[in-house]
Design a protein around this ligand. Structure first.
Ligand code: NDP
Ligand code: HSE
Length: 428
């Protein structure tokens, strides 16, 4: 049996996990695909770096082109990250007829359609299961498991780093910066963790999920994004008092062929299954017209869960190789893109206002909500010994995003409001 030879771009957190699984599970893997799998070459940035895995030094190169251009290599596993340079490597590898497996959501969210088109032209596979929600097989589920249904909503925690941070702040009173440092030490965060904490990583993943779920060409700029860097311990405590957990949620909805996608810190009702997803775990809720509610749960980051998805993709590529059917399973978005207007996007809102502590303030505030047709679910005023202003906590009923934006703009000119301290979407 001729071995299948793999070129690995990157031997960091995820790449190390891939080598461990390919070597450690060799018998299990080769029995499924009918031939041994060999990691033939590995590209790294620094060949002198100490690594916590033994690999034959002769396989290591600091030049990814050596891996891409090696005629012996059938499949490239890209786990080095990066966008523009990495895209060139992948396109060249496809030109040379090599199949691609990548964990790179940054690349797939921005250039997925170009890469997949090239793959189709060259009859190559490009699989990217690990790019969204680490060890959860959500991409395969959307492509295959729900191929018969029409998806109306995808809602999830799709970033492990931020869920780890929010969990530590909520359950252990950790500071934001300590929790972030731990997430970095555990290998969950991106090389620049700004993309985790500012929501960009989750937005890229939601771009991918939206494209697959709604069968339309979702682009990163279609996703509204807000990260967790502004979330305070006080906000988390308010959420708990009202019966909610604070989570960074990606929410993609599609109705009447129009979609909207957002990523934002959200207060989710404590009884909702997503509210109890903690630490590095991710969960993705998928609602289909026929299937109803489904939920997928698992580790969203880390070496071994992510490598599990990558090696499963590798098995799929090799099975296709044996059958001679590579390049046939790409999803081609076929629906015209229609984005919902803010008038048609509805959700509940939480607001914490710092206001003058004097008569008539509440009336002026509720008047503004009435003016824009936003109905209120609850209003609580409280004194805070640490705050000379009064604090008003408001939860609205479902209100259109357009109306809420008008309310918030009006508040800027309302002299009794000192500050809109917090504003969050509420779900569940
Ligand atoms: P790391 O930073 O741990 O590893 C990156 C690897 O790529 C390192 O081995 C590095 O070399 C190598 N590398 C970087 N740039 C180059 C270059 N120009 N030429 C050659 N080698 C290079 O990243 P991760 O393993 O955490 O992530 C890899 C990819 O997987 C990213 O796209 C990430 O978004 C994605 N991902 C990560 C997850 C996680 O839990 N960490 C989960 C899901 C996806 P050297 O070792 O010498 O520095
Ligand atoms: N930084 C990412 C996260 C890695 O924390 O979810 C997994 O994609």
């Amino acid at each position: 049996m001729k071995p299948v030879k793999v070129g690995l771009l990157g031997l960091g957190t995820v790449g190390t996990g891939v080598v461990r699984i390919v070597v450690g599970n060799q018998e299990h893997l080769s029995s499924q695909v009918g031939s041994p799998i060999i990691i033939e070459r590995i590209a790294v940035k620094n060949s002198e770096k100490a690594r916590d895995i033994d690999v034959d030094a002769s396989k290591i190169t600091t030049d990814p082109w050596e891996v891409i251009r090696d005629p012996e290599i059938d499949v490239i596993v890209e786990v080095m990250g990066g966008i523009n340079g990495t895209k060139e490597y992948i396109l060249e590898a496809l030109d040379r007829g090599k199949h691609i497996i990548t964990a790179n959501k940054d690349l797939m969210a921005l250039y997925g359609s170009e890469i997949l088109a090239k793959a189709q032209e060259k009859q190559c596979d490009v699989f990217y299961e690990a790019s969204v929600a680490g060890g959860i097989p959500i991409i395969r589920t959307l492509i295959e498991g729900f191929s018969s249904d029409r998806i109306t909503k995808i809602m999830g925690i799709v970033n492990g780093t931020t869920n780890y941070i929010l969990t530590k702040m909520s359950q252990e009173g950790a500071t934001y910066s300590d929790a972030l440092r731990e997430a970095q030490d555990l290998g969950y965060a991106e090389s620049d963790p700004t993309s985790d904490v500012e929501g960009l990583d989750a937005a890229r993943k939601m771009t991918i999920l939206g494209t697959l779920g709604f069968r339309t060409n979702v682009e990163l700029q279609d996703v509204t994004v807000q990260g967790i860097s502004g979330v305070s311990k006080e906000d988390i405590a308010f959420a708990k008092r009202l019966g909610y957990e604070m989570k960074l949620l990606g929410i993609a909805e599609c109705k009447d062929e129009e979609f909207n996608i957002s990523v934002q810190p959200t207060m989710i009702r404590s009884g909702h299954p997503i509210a109890s997803v903690n630490g590095v775990f991710n969960a993705v809720y998928v609602y289909g017209e026929a299937v109803g509610e489904t939920m997928f749960y698992g580790a969203g980051a880390g070496a071994m869960p992510t490598a599990t998805s990558i090696v499963a993709d590798l098995v799929a590529v090799i099975k296709n190789l044996k059958l001679g059917v590579n390049g046939l399973k790409q999803i081609v978005p076929y629906k015209t893109k229609k984005i919902k207007s803010d008038e048609d996007i509805y959700y509940k809102n939480f607001l914490l206002l710092h206001v003058d502590d004097k008569a008539g303030v509440l009336a002026k505030i509720t008047q503004v909500f009435a003016e824009y047709d936003v109905s209120l679910d609850s209003v609580v005023q409280q004194a805070n010994p640490n705050n000379p202003n009064a604090e008003i906590i408001i939860v609205t009923h479902n209100a259109s995003k357009a109306s809420m934006d008008k309310v918030l703009r009006h508040f800027e000119d309302l002299n009794v409001i000192r500050r809109v301290k917090s504003h969050y979407r509420v779900e569940g």
